[in-house]
Design a protein around this ligand. Sequence first.
Ligand code: GRF
Length: 196
Amino acid sequence: MTKRVAIFISGGGSNMRTLVESMQGDHPARPCVIFSNNPDAAGIGWATSKGLATEVVDHRSFGKDKAAFEGSVDKALAPYNADLFCLAGFMRVLSPAFVDARANQMLNIHPSLLPKYPGLSTHARALDAGDTTAGCSVHIVTPVLDDGPILGQAVVPIETGDTVDSLAARVLTKEHQLYPKVLRRFAGGNRTRFDL
Ligand code: GRF
C-alpha cells in the first residue's frame, strides 16, 4: 500500500520540495498534505501551485497553549489519514503527546551531525567549536528534541573562511539529497541506517 505522507514546514520549504519531487513512479509514498504553522511560509504557495493539499494552523493564535495548537493541527490533518509525517524545516517543538500519537511514523531532518548540536544555531556552534566537518541527520522523532534513532547522515567539510551562511548552504545541498533517500527507504519498510 502506498504510504500517505504529511510534510510539516515553517519557511521556504526547500526540503519539502525535494521530498515531493522524489515521490513519483514506483516510490512507495505520496504526499497527502503540506502543513505549516506559518501562514507566510513560502513553501505553502509552492505546494498550492503544484495542486497539493495544504493546511495552515498559525501557532501565534494560541499564545502559549500548545495543547490547543496541537489539537487544532490534529483536527486539520485528520481527514488526510497520513501514514508518515516528515518534519522539514518545521520550527516548532511538538509535545510528547503529539509525538507519541505518531510513534515511529514521524521523521525529522536536522542540520547537524547528531548527537552533536541538537536545537538551534547548529552551524554557528560547529564553527565556534573549530569542527572540521558538519552535516545533517534524518532521525525518527521521539519526545526528546532532535534525539531519536538516526536513519541517515551526510557529512560536509568545513572550509577555511566558512561563514554560517556558506556552511548552511553546503549542508542544505546535502539535506536535499539525504532526506528523499531516507524517506524512500523508510516508506518501503527499510529502517536500517543509510549514510550518504
Ligand atoms: C534546513 O536546514 C532544515 O534542516 C532546518 O531549517 C532549514 C529549512 O530549510 N531545520 P527549508 O525550509 O527546507 O528550505
